[in-house]
Design a binder for this molecule. Sequence first.
Ligand SMILES: Cc1ncc(COP(=O)(O)O)c(C=O)c1O
Length: 490
Amino acid sequence: MQLADELRRRVQAGSLGPGDRLPPVRGFAATLNVTPETVAGAYKRLVDEGYLRGEVGRGTFVAAPPLRAEEDPLAPFEAAGSLPPFAQASTSNELLRLASRPGVVSFAASVAALDLTPVEELQAALADTLKTEGASALQVGATQGYPPLRAAIAHLLQQRGLDVDESIVCVTSGCQQGIDLAAKVFVGAGDAVLVEQPSFLGALEAFRARGARVIGVPIEADGLRVEALPTLIQRHRPKLLYCMPTYQNPTGRSLSSEKRRALLRIAAAYDLPIVEDDSAGFFNLDATTSAPTSIKADDHAGYVIHLGTFSKVIAAGLRLGWLVADPAVFDKLVAAKYASDLSSDALVQRAVHRLLVEGALDAHLRRARTEYRHRRDVLVAALGEPDALPPGTRFDPPEGGFNLWLELPRDGPSSTELFLEAVRRGVAFVPGPFFFSAGGGGPASAAALRGLRLSYSALAPTELRHGVELLSDALWGLATGSRPSAAVVY
Ligand SMILES: Cc1ncc(COP(=O)(O)O)c(C=O)c1O
């Protein structure tokens, strides 16, 4: 592994160039004082990853680089260079600290609204649970979860078009744990993982923590660029693909039905597990259409691991979610969960079960959807006011979820520059680089620096309007200082 890592690093850094011949296995092994199998194993690994190629009778060579950018529209997205400023994990805490200073209107949190939390219903459910079940509600239960809750989740998932048996539903400590478990089961150091570009920071962090090579696939108006997958899969041999087909975070976009079918065909053709993060799936905000169904609903071959969460549906602090996976994979994920935390919170599982079976959750969801739709509309209307945004700024009103993705004009400030100015003026958001897996130059980092996420779910309408005013001032202040003056009305 060490040898493979070092050789990979040298190829990436360019000190080993395309066509360079690597030392013969035996001689190299003797120099390094390791067995020939060690060297051969490292070479094989890098051949599999596409960094080296073997030629029978001639030796092992550094493989040709990926196609040049102009020939290969994906190459810049795969660049493994350094991330633009702000994107390192350590800075996300700093950003949150700035965003949560008193008095700052924060568009940074993609969360359920605190003011809508069904506190009384939860209070009653917790009290009833303790009253009727006593101490047994506080025992550690099965890793898969409290059986009645698993059954209730299977029932709830009918709303996402899923008809699953409770035996393949596992309660998790949030969707983030589901992502982490999939990473633990499928991904090792140096393995490739495909993600949408931009993607959810928590997932990027989970894959990076495994030492994965995280490779971004551009996302378009109708979702992930599925046509690019075969090439990327052949080139990188990823261990899994992580995606949010419905109301993607941060863009709010959804994968079209044709692309959903194509994605499942590709998974089967290349034996590629897919992690479907459906954490926004219950939040269709379009009054006339319904949310696209989960891709797991059409996954007859068992490639999809479906993840969901009560974080958005009730409250994130409950730390409760679920995964659905076909039996062979399910058992591995459950074993990984056992190693992580034995089981999720027993009391919370029972209380949430009560909310589900008593109908309180459905009532809450209806109220929350109506309120989020209103908040989305207020944000979209405020951004659409004349001169709210400098020319060239664009966004698509999201059809669901919690977030709006704003793209700044190419000739203006970057989203990280804007962030600093915005925080000074009392408004915060999450700048684009947080959502990108790589950005060593080219379109990926340009897109990262142009984009920013505005989350509307947690802000009251008055805050949304005020926040847009402050953001608008920050944008015009940095752009040219030449905001058109208000029209004089006689
Ligand atoms: C897309 C997405 N996936 C997963 C999570 C994590 O969810 P949980 O709180 O259930 O761990 C979030 C939280 O913001 C999210 O936005």
